[in-house]
Design a binder for this molecule. Structure first.
Ligand SMILES: *Cc1c(COP(=O)(O)O)cnc(C)c1O
Ligand SMILES: [Zn+2]
Length: 390
């Protein structure tokens, strides 16, 4: 190994967390209660501290085992339901081995708990008592649960098409539920108006959410013996899982823990595929997209706020986007049921995408995909979809 000289400023560096505008480069203190830049730009969190592998052995098996890497200052502010470290399970898909991370096994039934745990911890740290969020269902349920745990009042805006079980779930945690007619974008717009009077905790805008979802990458790396897979096949709506994975694997590589980035493969429903379209056209943003209704309600996002970052992450890793039809999603749901896994239709998008990926790519690749949400959230709908055959 060649000897590396360590710059003096690095040795002297202190823990730094900053909010950085992705448009104008303005910097803000992490103690400012803002969710976007004065210029209107999206914010990212820059955080310099990282965990050491040797410290992990004695820690709890939850996502907070990577404590140093999570940008929350005081331990006393952590809002946790002991979430994370979900199983990474090897399954056979068309006679090929694929790992699926069982993110449907979170306290609220989806991976959104990763983001909600960090987001609500930050909300507590900022001493904010009231928040607003908009969601197609699962992020709303996650934020509502962690807000309940934090003792924070919350108002959740959802589109009218959100499934009954998810609506009930949000209300059961004590959140105020606002149903908005029209598209997912109309819902976001209504939430932004309400946010003028309280803190906007929208998971697609709020950068702290991504520093929760990034623990998805740490766990995969740890479960694979501190290595990165060749490809990561993920469903994409607002891209909070994909961007979290990108941030997490980038950090692991920057800290010399893993040697490469996995190829990020984003899967969208054919009936709502703005990122797929922009990727194909070589564009770095999404434009107007006429979304049609799909059974994959969790990825029905016609204009993702972080489109530029998502497209950039997929291109940088040598990945691509794929689409799946309603029939392919339903087939994948049925296939998983026959294996004993009840996942929600949106989660089946990743299974369908993985099936497609396998037919086009190298035999020896190590592929990781995900079950993003639990089927009990949509049991009635799933039953209607598959009952003829079961
Ligand atoms: C939110 C969600 C997705 C999509 O995640 P994004 O962060 O919006 O890309 C996929 N599946 C389920 C079950 C979800 O709840
Ligand atoms: Zn700015």
């Amino acid at each position: 190994m060649p000897e590396r000289s360590v710059p003096v400023y690095y040795l002297l560096s202190i823990i730094m967390t900053e909010l950085l505008c992705t448009e104008c480069g303005a910097k803000y203190s992490p103690s400012s209660p803002i969710w976007k830049c004065e210029c209107g730009g999206l914010l990212d969190v820059e955080h310099s501290e990282f965990f050491k592998i040797r410290d992990l052995a004695d820690r709890d098996c939850n996502m907070w085992r990577y404590r140093e890497a999570i940008p929350v200052d005081a331990d006393s502010n952590i809002i946790s339901l002991d979430e994370g470290f979900t199983p990474l399970t090897k399954l056979q898909i068309n006679n090929r081995e694929v790992y699926f991370k069982q993110e449907h096994l979170f306290p609220t039934g989806s991976f959104k708990d990763r983001g909600a745990s960090v987001l609500l911890s930050k909300v507590k740290e900022l001493e904010i008592g009231k928040i607003v969020e908009d969601s197609s269902g699962n992020a709303g349920a996650a934020v509502a649960a962690y807000a309940a745990s934090a003792g924070v009042e919350c108002k959740i805006f959802v589109p009218e098409y959100t499934g009954e079980a998810k609506l009930a779930q949000i209300k059961l945690y004590g959140a105020e539920l606002m149903r908005v007619s029209g598209s997912r974008e109309d819902t976001a717009a209504a939430a932004l108006v309400a946010a003028e009077e309280s803190y906007y905790a929208g998971h697609s805008w709020n950068p702290f959410f991504l520093h929760g979802t990034k623990t998805f990458a740490y766990e995969i790396a740890e479960q694979l013996g501190w290595s990165a897979p060749d490809a990561l096949v993920l469903p994409v709506g607002n891209g909070t899982l994909l961007l979290g994975a990108y941030i997490g694997f980038s950090e692991l590589q920057n800290h010399g823990i893993t040697e490469r980035m996995p190829k990020l493969v984003g899967v969208q429903a054919e009936r709502c595929a703005p990122l797929y379209k922009s990727f194909r056209e070589g564009s770095d943003v999404t434009d107007y997209y006429n979304a049609k209704k799909t059974i994959a309600e969790g990825v029905t996002v016609a204009n993702p706020v972080r489109a530029r970052q998502i497209l950039d992450a997929v291109r940088t890793t040598g990945g691509f986007f794929a689409t799946v039809t309603e029939e392919e999603i339903t087939e994948s749901l049925k296939k998983m049921l026959k294996t004993g896994y009840l996942i929600e239709p949106t989660a089946a998008v990743a299974v369908a995408g993985t099936t497609k990926y396998l037919s086009q790519h190298h035999e020896d690749e190590l592929i990781v995909s995900v079950f993003t949400g639990h089927g009990l959230k949509a049991a009635g709908k799933i039953h209607k979809l598959v009952k003829e055959e079961i």
